[in-house]
Ligand binder design. Structure first.
Ligand code: PGA
Length: 286
């Protein structure tokens, strides 16, 4: 299905996005204030690496981050490697993230990992609502919301992932999908707590497929997402929220994506597993 897309990625460009109940500003006020937001480049290693390669990669990221200015960097690693990765990056500015969590405190939840466990091993970020969790493991918006609230209550930072499926983009539902996922995913999250929330806009059709939204497509949706925060929180929250783009970000497309006024970083899957490529992504052109 996605192979067909790969043959005709530009077909997507001709699909107008449905404008939901929010207007889409061409250039938001936030664009002017972009300099106030520190971009976050985060690697999402998914279910890859082993102990030795995880530590080696973490050290390489730490080295690469040393020369990167005005950017926050994190690696979201498999749970067994949180402690050794934390140790490997301890003298650097790199943060360490988990890829998921459970929303209960403790108890008979075989296989699950609590936020207090994550905090106790020095985790900084927790990814919630990644499309693979939604699609493969059945995380619905309610579960994503509970996890996000729990991460914030624990004093950790949440990277909340949202994004539309290929068919949703093609039927003009992109903004409506983002609206629903933001409304439900952030239910009960206060304006103060938004300081600890990063949004990752990841069009599902662009994840792991080699297809990237063009900068114009990504910027259009990022501007919509920022306008959503104006409408649902405040201009101040909208100006401050870091909105990452994710979906086949690589060394050779990061610069043009990061040049967009409402793109404040990247959540990087496949390309975060190669030290050289990820180093280049961290050191994107300013
Ligand atoms: P990708 O993954 O960079 O391999 O497309 C991104 C993600 O799933 O966060």
């Amino acid at each position: 299905m996605l192979a067909t897309l790969a043959l005709a990625p530009h077909a997507l460009l001709s699909q107008p996005l449905a404008v939901g109940r929010h207007a889409v500003p061409g250039q938001t006020r936030s664009a002017v204030l972009m300099a106030e937001r520190t971009p976050l480049i985060a690697g999402n290693w998914k279910m890859n690496t082993d102990l030795a390669s995880a530590v080696e990669l973490a050290k390489a990221v730490a080295d690469a981050s040393a020369k990167a200015t005005d950017v926050d960097v994190a690696v979201c690693v498999p749970a067994p490697f949180l402690i050794p990765v934390k140790e490997a990056i301890k003298d650097s500015k790199v943060g360490v993230g988990a890829q998921d969590c459970y929303f209960e405190d403790a108890g008979a939840y075989t296989g699950e990992i609590s936020t207090s466990m994550l905090k106790s091993v020095g985790t900084d970020y927790v990814v919630t609502g990644h499309s693979e969790r939604r699609a493969i493991f059945g995380d619905d918006d309610e579960a994503v919301n509970k996890k996000t609230l729990k991460v914030l209550a624990e004093g950790l930072k949440a990277i909340l992932c949202i994004g539309e499926l290929k068919e949703e983009r093609e039927s003009g539902e992109t903004f409506n999908v983002c609206d629903t996922q933001l409304t439900k995913g952030l239910a009960g999250v206060s304006a103060e707590q938004m300081a600890d929330v990063v949004i990752a806009y990841e069009p599902v059709w662009a994840i792991g497929t080699g297809l990237t939204a063009t900068p114009a497509m990504a910027q259009e949706t990022h501007a919509y997402i920022r306008s959503w925060f104006v409408d649902n929180y405040s201009q101040e929250v909208a100006d401050k929220v870091v909105i990452q783009y994710g979906g086949s970000v690589k060394a050779d497309n990061v610069d043009e994506l990061m040049a967009c006024p409402d793109i404040d970083g990247a959540l990087v899957g496949g390309a975060s597993l190669q030290a050289d490529g990820f180093s280049r992504i961290i050191n994107f052109e300013k």
